[in-house]
Design a protein. Structure first.
Length: 164
């Protein structure tokens, strides 16, 4: 259930010693260049949170395939806000209302696999997954991270594949 996943991610965060963290489920995929691309973006911008604005979602009518995965098709999704705005884009704001709007699913996808976090930022702000929720701990975690962030970097790079 959701609370087991939240507990596992919290335990992983507690054990992590690197500068950055990502949270993935066992059935999610990231491309081989993802971590390198994200580390490079972080070293250039030092944002608290880095997000990819596009991803592949499994869809039988999709026009994309992935090498090594037979019989599955994917569709490229782009966050609504970035269909007209070019990324990379550095979002800076202290306005909680603007930040809350960012977590709406039509502006900013709620998929954790498209996010890259500064580990010290998470620990210094006590941002953890709520282990008491049966569902929704990912969105709450992401909302808390967005609200605490001073800067969020949005990248155009495609590196994440959602299984459904």
């Amino acid at each position: 259930g959701g609370y087991c996943q939240a507990k596992a991610w919290n335990m992983g965060l507690d054990c992590a010693r690197g500068e950055y963290v990502m949270f993935l489920r066992g059935d999610e995929i990231i491309f081989p260049n993802a971590v390198h691309t994200l580390c490079q973006a972080y070293s250039n911008h030092r944002a608290n949170l880095i997000c990819s604005v596009q991803y592949l979602a499994e869809n039988p009518k999709g026009d994309a395939t992935i090498g090594g995965i037979e019989g599955k098709r994917y569709f490229r999704r782009v966050d609504e806000q970035f269909k007209t705005l070019n990324a990379p884009y550095l979002f800076k704001s202290d306005d909680p209302y603007q930040k809350l709007i960012m977590t709406g699913t039509h502006v900013f996808n709620p998929l954790l696999g498209t996010k890259f976090f500064d580990r010290k930022f998470l620990t210094q702000n006590s941002i953890l997954f709520n282990e008491n929720l049966k569902a929704g701990s990912e969105l709450l975690f992401l909302t808390n991270a967005v609200m605490a962030s001073k800067e969020i970097m949005f990248l155009p790079n495609l590196f994440y594949v959602s299984p459904k």
